[in-house]
Design a protein around this ligand. Structure first.
Ligand code: KIV
Ligand code: ZN
Length: 527
């Protein structure tokens, strides 16, 4: 225990590792919006993408480097000249920039994936760190799969890359295999066995395959690591990465650890909602810190205790993560001004045109519900933004459903925007949503497979807004998500499906399917 606290740097990789979650693909404007919010949140470093992997990633890193001030902007690069050059090119306009280069160091990766010897890997790592230093002083090196690497080789490569100029050495538990005691001990051993370790910051990057990403990151900082790589809502490859909101609130809530971050925790909730909504990845209700139930007290004994003294059952203030109590409840009689005020309090700054649209949707919801909650408002705003941002090839004009004990039937009318033609069709289905999707398919005629359909109630109660999230897979395997909210879930289902189809049609028309890009990258570069 100590009075003097040490800073832990927060390296956010939502836009790189987080975006690697299947179906979480973001467009460039969405990435910029998230990066700006990460700046308000106060992260120290934003890993904005992997510039060599696709033209989309390159453009996103370039845009973020030139537009987002405050955090260091980082681009990922394999330990190859062409990757590093591309990252440097993307970061050129950035005031504070970092190149993060990596190569695998576990025997299993070196033998089966890289087909390289230890000596070759070490030599390549050193050369590439030196090469990256030609573009920026701030160079991070990651020995991929460090968690399963031979510690002796790890010490050797860390020492050599620090000598070559790496200012941060990141220890990834790439496959989420380690356990907290073991991972913490690895950090301790690195501190004891790498003679020049004081010249670099030790970072950790933990995956969540065994549900231990946060615990492993915590154990690492307790043992001397001073940078944590993490993502909002813990999204990322497979089971995801260390969740930013959880690790930050652990360090804030438990000062006895003697560690702090520069995160403005009051921005956490808003950032979580933004990322969830733009990636269409729902946050589970019982998720720590940002789940809908994280500050809800259900049991009678808990409610009684909480009302007598809130610390009996609440270890954090909801306001500290940005959950703001509403001063003016919004309902059917609330006006445009009250709506604007509340949205501003929640961090949404809408243009007059956006506000007009949001107000119409708000009125529609308020007519059906007695009270419009903050989560309803967020859902309304995101819905409006999403509609404005997606290129619309088809729009829902009319929907009629007949269902009961017989086979459900749906009749759908869509407007094709390219020639303003109204197209109608109907279909039978196993349920109302199935009937709607079959009728839409008859009109749009684009091959796809529905791989995920989920309905989530935004708030409690029979009149709650229902949010529908779907994912569809195109013939070439690319995944597109669609999202919509409405008090009628059949309407939300139709809108969500059309939203995903519109994205898929845009990709097909431009010949830039996500899978095509990834395959090109993989086959050209042998990853
Ligand atoms: O999981 C991993 O090893 C990575 C590296 C690129 C740091 O994401
Ligand atoms: Zn990773």
């Amino acid at each position: 225990m100590t009075d003097k606290k040490d800073k832990v740097f927060i390296f956010d990789t939502t836009l790189r590792d987080g975006e690697q979650s299947p179906g979480a693909t973001l467009n460039i404007q969405e990435k910029l919006e998230i990066a700006k919010q990460l700046g308000r949140l106060g992260v120290d470093i934003i890993e904005a993408g992997f510039p060599y992997s696709s033209p989309g990633d390159f453009e996103a890193v370039k845009l973020i480097a030139s537009e987002v001030q405050g955090p260091v902007i980082c681009g990922l690069a394999r330990a190859r000249k062409e990757d590093i050059d591309r990252a440097a090119q993307a970061l050129e306009k950035g005031k504070k920039k970092r190149i993060h280069t990596f190569i695998a160091t576990s025997d299993i990766h070196m033998e089966h994936k890289l087909k390289m010897t230890r000596d070759q890997v070490l030599k390549t790592a050193v050369e590439m760190v030196r090469h990256a230093k030609g573009f920026t002083d701030d160079v991070e090196f990651s020995p991929e799969d460090a968690g399963r690497s031979d510690p002796k080789f790890l010490f050797e490569i860390l020492q050599a890359t620090i000598d070559a100029g790496a200012t941060t050495v990141n220890i990834p538990d790439t496959v989420g295999y380690t356990v907290p005691l073991e991972f913490g001990n690895l950090i301790k051993l690195i501190k004891e066995n790498v003679p020049n370790i004081n010249k670099a910051v030790i970072s950790v990057h933990c995956h969540n395959d065994l549900g231990l990403a946060v615990a492993n990151s915590l154990s690492a900082v307790v043992n001397g690591a001073r940078q944590i790589e993490c993502t909002i809502n813990g999204i990322g490859e497979r089971a995801g990465n260390c969740s930013l909101e959880e690790i930050v609130m652990i360090l804030k809530t438990r000062p006895m650890l003697g560690l702090y971050t520069d995160i403005d925790s009051r921005q956490i909730y808003r950032t979580s909602r933004l990322v969830s909504s733009l990636t269409n990845m729902l946050v589970q209700p019982n998720k720590a810190i940002v789940g809908a139930n994280a500050f809800a007290h259900e049991a009678g004994i808990h409610q009684d205790g909480f009302l007598k003294y809130k610390r009996t059952y609440e270890i954090m203030n909801p306001e500290d993560v940005g959950l703001l109590a509403s001063k003016l409840p919004l309902g059917p009689r609330s006006g445009r001004h009250a709506l604007k005020e509340r949205l501003t309090e929640l961090g949404y700054h809408l243009s007059e045109q956006e506000l007009d649209k949001a107000f119409l949707s708000f009125k529609e919801v308020a007519d059906k519900k007695k009270r419009v909650e903050d989560r309803d408002l967020e859902s309304i705003v995101r819905n409006e933004k999403r509609t404005l941002e997606t290129v619309s090839h088809y729009e829902l004009e009319n929907l009629q459903i007949a269902c009961g004990t017989g086979l459900p039937t749906a009749s759908v009318c869509l407007r094709r925007t390219s020639d303003n033609v109204y197209l109608k069709d109907s279909a039978l289905g196993t349920g109302p949503v199935d009937a709607i999707y079959k009728a839409i398919n008859k009109i749009v005629q684009v091959q796809n497979e529905l791989i995920e359909f989920s309905v989530n109630s935004v708030t409690e109660g029979i009149d709650a807004l229902g949010e529908v999230t779907i994912r569809i897979r195109s013939e070439d395997g690319a995944i597109y998500s669609g999202h919509s909210a409405n008090t009628d879930i059949t309407i939300a289902s139709a809108h969500a499906y059309i939203n995903a189809l519109n994205k898929m049609i845009t990709a097909i028309n431009s010949g830039q399917t996500i899978l095509a890009q990834k395959q090109e990258f993989k086959s050209n570069k042998g990853v």
